[in-house]
Structure formats: structure tokens, C-alpha cells
Design a protein around this ligand. Structure first.
Ligand code: BES
Ligand code: ZN
Ligand code: ZN
Length: 478
């Protein structure tokens, strides 16, 4: 879908259909014709949609003029239009600011996505052009430069989110660890990022025994992928670490059948980091960014690592395996050690780490953990600006005690299974050196990364969770 801007009033723009939002149930507005609804029950409630093909108009109820309310409303609208044959759409602007204009474009571009690669008869997408008018909801004067910049950023970010969604939606047999690194290489080459992909020998040499153990039952070699975006002038250096389990069977602590379904999405953290790298390089942010992706499979078989094994991580710490399904933290432990050696200013990790995070916060919200209140607050604010939901899960000293092991330095699961999302974060914290304690945050994206229903401007399956919030956070750190 192409979005273009025309400095014209809405009624001067030619298009097959016009999209109008009903803001806060206000049916008394120049773009809303109340008589359109005389014989239907539309009253502009939030998320209510009315497509009137004979009037060439679609109405959607939006809660307010807040950017996320706009993003959601147009996302729902574009999804509703999927059933129709309109080829072009026109829309007015809601606010004269960058955030609101960008949000409308994002709602459209993210909302139209559907994963249909494996459908033998994918539905043809009819709508291919959207025209933004310079007419504004409250008759504010529009600066075309702002529209241009907002559209550009929305396009870059949406492309990155859709790239991430495609990776996460891929089946586990097509997206193997090796295939993942091939895609990463192709992306890096195309966008001028440097990339190194390390296999088993490197992990052995570096003493990454935790990551290696997880990969042992897979026929595919583990892939430690390190991408670097380094502009000429940069103000800071950031490391983004991603959990990349292309499949998580649970290993010998095998998941029950129902819990295996959707475990193809366990590389969502690494995929989001890769998508973010794409967005960063396209927008030329003045920050040096390193992506460290731990990509492997957690499988069963004669070579599988076992409960009772004791592993040694890169920093020398020993880990007693009590459950092979708590594999993400093992991969991340080694990747976090690797990331700290790069001496970045901050480290952020993204991972579908625990079902408990999903249980605690629900499907839609990222769990945020770390030691520094200011850093966590900066992510909460980036969440608000990006439209991604995020909430803090606080660390505490009591849960930490349950990670004690009688035979090794630490156990990979707590002895008391409550507060599992926080325990997982506390486990990672054990692999963060003192000087990095306040420079690291962990984002558990197990809830929003993959949802079995469409929600707002997300469709069934992968949402690309993490890309927009991290990009927004990086931008604010400039
Ligand atoms: N990949 C899962 C977490 C997960 C569960 C993500 C559901 C998305 C949806 C992770 O590796 C895992 O299995 N975690 C265990 C940890 C437990 C053994 C301490 C879990 O959540 O049950
Ligand atoms: Zn697992
Ligand atoms: Zn996992």
C-alpha cells in the first residue's frame, strides 16, 4: 500500500472511498454526516465500524485524538475494508503534530498485514493507494514537512515490524537457525550493516557452555549472530540482545502437546532486534548499535542436554539444570556476557522468556525488569510514545533466594514456582556484572509477540512486538 500526501481539501481528492473517524462519539462534525446512520445503529462508540459502500464512506469510532487511539481506529478500518474492492482511500488529518500523523500511517500499514504465504489461494489485496489530505479535523494548518517526515518514519518502522512478523510467523521447519542467519546476512548486506555469524566452535572457544547445551539435540548448529550499525558520528553505543529459539519443544522436560503449539514464535526477541536494526539503518540514527542474537532450537534426542546437567557459562558461573524448558535464560546468559564485553553504554534484551509473564500481564503487555528506576522509566515513556504496552515487574530479594542450587552456583529454575517471570529476570541479573547492573533492562515479550487473534492493528499471529518501543527509546537517547 502506498501512502501519499496531497495539499488539497478532502472533497478535492479523488478516491474510491473516504475514511472518517468519529472522535469521542462526536457525530456533529464536518466529516461526519449524521443522516448516514439514520437506518443503522452506528453511534460512534470506540472500535465500532460502519462501511457504507453506496456512500463511499467508512466510519470508525475512536476514543480520542490520542495517537494510539487513532492508530487503533484506522487499523481496524483498514482490516474491515479487506472484504471490499476499493482501490484507493482518502483520509483527513487528526492533529497537526508528527506523532498523530505518523500514527495514522502506522495504523494503515500495520493493519493491512496478513500472513498468507502458505495459503494456496491468497486473497488479492485491492486497496493499494491511500491519500492524506491537508484538511485537519479542527482546521489546524498543516506543515507539509511534518507530514513528509511522519510518513517516512511510519514507512520505515512498519517495514521493520512486518519484516519481524514474517520471521516469527514462519514455520519452525522453514526457519531453522541456519536459515535465520542467512536472512540476517541478506538483510545486513542490503542495508550496509556488518555481520558475523559464529557456530559451535566459537561457542566452545568462548566457553559459552549454557548456550551450547541448549543447542545439543538440534541437527542444526547454534548461531551467535552479531550485527553492527556504526554511523560516522555517534553519541552512544547500545547493545540489543535477542532470544532466538526457532523452536522450543521444552527439550527433555518436554512441553505438553497444547503448549508446543506456537513455539515457532520463540525467536521473537531475536526477530524484533533484527527488525529494529533494519529501522535504525534506514533512518540513519546517530548511535552505534550492536545486535547479539542467540539463535538455536531446543529439541529432544540422544544428544539432548538433561535435567541434572551442570553447565558453565561464559563468565565462569555454573548452572544446575532443573528444567530444560527454561532454555531461553541459558542462551541469554551467555549472550549477555558477550554483550558486556563489547563495553556498550546500555544493554537491552528482548525475549519470549516466560509463560508466567503472559499470565501476569495478559497477551498484550511487555514485562519490564531491571535494577535502575530511571532506565525503566525511560522505557515506559518510550512505550507510551510508540503505542506498545509495557509494565514493570519488580525485582525483590526474596524471590532471588529460590534460585539457589546445592550443587552449582545457581539453578535455572526457582525451587518455588511462583513469580516465574521475575525469577527469570533475576536469573539473567546474575550474569550482569556490577558495573552494568544499572545499565541493563530485560523485556519479556512472551505475551504480545504472538497472539492467536487479531487485535487493534495487529493480525492473528506475530505482532512484531518490541520493534517500535526500542526504536522510540533509541531515538530518545540521542
Ligand atoms: N518459550 C517459553 C516461554 C513462553 C511460553 C513463551 C508461552 C511464549 C508463550 C520458555 O522457554 C519456557 O518454556 N519457559 C518456562 C519456564 C519454566 C520452565 C520456569 C515456562 O514459562 O513455563
Ligand atoms: Zn522453554
Ligand atoms: Zn523458550
Amino acid at each position: 500500500m502506498k501512502i501519499e500526501f496531497q495539499a488539497k481539501k478532502l472533497n478535492k481528492i479523488k478516491a474510491d472511498i473516504e475514511l472518517a473517524l468519529v472522535i469521542g462519539k462526536n457525530l456533529n462534525h464536518k466529516w461526519v454526516k449524521a443522516k448516514d446512520f439514520e437506518d443503522i445503529s452506528f453511534n460512534g462508540e470506540t472500535d465500532q465500524i460502519s462501511v457504507l459502500p453506496h456512500k463511499k464512506k467508512i466510519y470508525i469510532g475512536a476514543e480520542s485524538l490520542d495517537h494510539e487511539d487513532l492508530r487503533i481506529a484506522v487499523g481496524l478500518g483498514i482490516k474491515a475494508l479487506d472484504q471490499y474492492k476499493f482501490k484507493s482511500l482518502k483520509i483527513g488529518l487528526y492533529g497537526d503534530n508528527f506523532e498523530n500523523i505518523k500514527a495514522i500511517a502506522e495504523g494503515l500499514l500495520l493493519g493491512e498485514y496478513k500472513y498468507e504465504k502458505h495459503k494456496s489461494k491468497p486473497k488479492k489485496r485491492e486497496l493499494n493507494k491511500v491519500i492524506f489530505s491537508n484538511e485537519e479535523y479542527s482546521d489546524l494548518k498543516i506543515n507539509p514537512e511534518i507530514v513528509k517526515n511522519a510518513l517516512k518514519e511510519a514507512q520505515i518502522l512498519s517495514e521493520a515490524v512486518l519484516f519481524t512478523r514474517d520471521l516469527v510467523n514462519s514455520t519452525p521447519s522453514e526457519l531453522t537457525p541456519v536459515k535465520f542467519s542467512e536472512i540476517a546476512k541478506e538483510m545486513a548486506l542490503k542495508h550496509g550493516l556488518s555481520i558475523k555469524v559464529y557456530g559451535e566452535d566459537f561457542l566452545k572457544k568462548e566457553g559459552m557452555g549454557a548456550f551450547l547445551a541448549v543447542s545439543k539435540a538440534s541437527p542444526f548448529p547454534p548461531q551467535l549472530i552479531h550485527l553492527v550499525y556504526k554511523p560516522k558520528n555517534f553519541k552512544s553505543k547500545i547493545a540489543l540482545v535477542g532470544k532466538g529459539l526457532t523452536y522450543d519443544s521444552g527439550g527433555l522436560s518436554l512441553k505438553p502437546s497444547q503448549a508446543l503449539v506456537n513455539m515457532k514464535s520463540d525467536e521473537s526477541g531475536a526477530s524484533a532486534v533484527l527488525g529494529t536494526m533494519l529501522a535504525i539503518s534506514k533512518s540513519q540514527l546517530p548511535i552505534e548499535v550492536h545486535a547479539i542474537l542467540g539463535v538455536t532450537e531446543n529439541m529432544i534426542g540422544q544428544h539432548a542436554y538433561k535435567p541434572d546437567d551442570i553447565l558453565k557459562a561464559k563468565n565462569g558461573k555454573t548452572i544446575e539444570v532443573k528444567n530444560t524448558d527454561a532454555e531461553g535464560r541459558l542462551v541469554l546468559a551467555d549472550c549477555l556476557c558477550y554483550a558486556q564485553e563489547l563495553k556498550p553504554d546500555f544493554i537491552l534484551d528482548l525475549a519470549t522468556l516466560t509463560g508466567a509473564c503472559k499470565a501476569a500481564l495478559g497477551d498484550y503487555t511487555i514485562g519490564l525488569m531491571g535494577n535502575d528506576a530511571g532506565l525503566k522509566q525511560s522505557l515506559i515513556e518510550a512505550g507510551q510514545r510508540s503505542g506498545e504496552l509495557i509494565a514493570e515487574l519488580p525485582f525483590n530479594r526474596y524471590l532471588k533466594q529460590f534460585l539457589k542450587s546445592e550443587t552449582a552456583d545457581i539453578s535455572n529454575v526457582p525451587s518455588v514456582r511462583m513469580g516465574d517471570a521475575i525469577s527469570a529476570g533475576l536469573f539473567l541479573n546474575e550474569f550482569i556484572e556490577k558495573k552494568y547492573k544499572n545499565k541493563w533492562v530485560h523485556l519479556d515479550i512472551a505475551g504480545p509477540a504472538y497472539v492467536e487473534k487479531s487485535w487493534a492493528y495487529n493480525s492473528y499471529g506475530a505482532s512484531g512486538a518490541g520493534v517500535r518501543i526500542i526504536f522510540e527509546w533509541l531515538k530518545s537517547s540521542i
